[in-house]
Design a protein around this ligand. Sequence first.
Ligand SMILES: CC(C)CCC[C@@H](C)[C@H]1CC[C@H]2[C@@H]3CC=C4C[C@@H](O)CC[C@]4(C)[C@H]3CC[C@]12C
Length: 492
Amino acid sequence: MMSLVSNGAVRFESFHDDPEDVIHTGRSQLPTTAASREQISLWSVLKQSVGKDLSRLTVPVVFNEPLSFLQRLGEYMEYSDLLRLADEQDDAVKRLEYVTAFAVSTLASNRDRLSKPFNPLLHETYELDRLEDLGFRFVCEQVSHHPPISAFHADGPAFRFYGSIYPKLKFWGRSIDCQPKGILTLELTKRNEVYTWMPINCSIHNLVMGKMYIDLHGTLEVICHSNDLSVKVHFKSSSSWLGKEANHIEGYIVDKSKKKLRALYGDWSEFLASCGAETFEANFAAWDKERKEHKEKKQPVVGTGGGHSPPPARRFSTTDMLSSPEPPEDIGMPLVHCKSTKVSSGKKRCDKTCSKITHLSVLPLLTGSTVLWRVRPRPPISEQFYHFTLFAMALNEMNTNGRAPLPPTDSRLRPDVRLMEDGNIDGAATEKHRLEEKQRDTRTTLKKVKQDPHKAPSWFTQGPHPFVKDQDTWHFNGCYWNRDWSNSEYIF
Ligand SMILES: CC(C)CCC[C@@H](C)[C@H]1CC[C@H]2[C@@H]3CC=C4C[C@@H](O)CC[C@]4(C)[C@H]3CC[C@]12C
């Protein structure tokens, strides 16, 4: 799938543009398009909650997306191939590069996703078994209701990736702040190497007026506990959704003595590249300035900062964004690619390549860069479907094709999410309300009969983190994949 081009950069071959994209074997769109929110003012709903923790607040269903938060966490796995690549590298710096690329890739699907995933019910689960085709299986459980904590565990031949997230949301009037709590741990198989990082903070701006946008900010620190290499990737906070530097990220891989070994730069919604620390220091400012000037003139960037000039005038294409010393290879940002056309066999296949360049074509690369990861373009119809990626489109699909049956707790069986997906907003609201009441009633009944209302989760147990001091994590007990649901109740 990948090969080295002459300047040392990695070229992705038939990775995203392959019509039979390996990652996408499910449906290409949802049953119905998203309902309009124009009739309801978000402000009128949220104004009572200024300064409060939003985890208890329910918003009208039109502000939801038809996925539970557990399914949303499944999106972490879209680029899990990077973990296989990381495991294969003999060089420790390269391993950290790919691990960091993976950590960044888990955030990409957040761009434009301005809807609230459904709060999972206590003990709700979600599985994504892609062991055969993609080399991983993922399982997630809602292990606590107040505070809402979701624990997940994914594994495959090359890795184990697990953690928990408590998405702490605070409403500030014009924006929502999210400071998720939890720790994410990755173990690479070959060398038994352990990496950890924390979920990044995010804000949703312009809730009341203007165009809403999502901003990830703060520092993503990926630490390798086995060799003391680490990287701090800084997410630049943006001041407007139009400011294209908005999603810009950068940082250095350093060793124990803080010596800079490599620079990483990119855009969390598009790509991550690495280059020598000196190249970055010497050229980045010029490159950045040039990029901004181009933007002000509203011209596409054909970056040369510190690199070489792009080929002489021809139609601006992705190749122009490279500044490699060699004739540019097409490892730049992808063109929009239609993937949703149905063909008679029932298989979905791409039969058209659009030449429209999307916002993806923003950043050029510095000389000698290696593209570690780049995002798959979203389907052109994404906008009408809550801005879902193709990967997200298939998450709630009831496709058990010859697979073992799902447990009665699986998110795919949630009637409210299903109704919303089918366009029945009122029905979804009624069901959502019913489920919340049912959950409350169960708790009250248990309390009355003096039973612990906090029944332990089925597949995870809380305990000290095996590698990080003074930190708890949730341990997967592995039993899920025995597929014995005799102790699981139908919670919907
Ligand atoms: C009222 C409506 C508009 C509110 C919508 C809130 C949505 C956008 C919020 C609710 C929960 C949030 C998520 C909670 C936790 C994380 C993990 C973090 O590492 C990346 C961002 C991410 C994935 C957040 C993205 C934005 C999010 C999905």
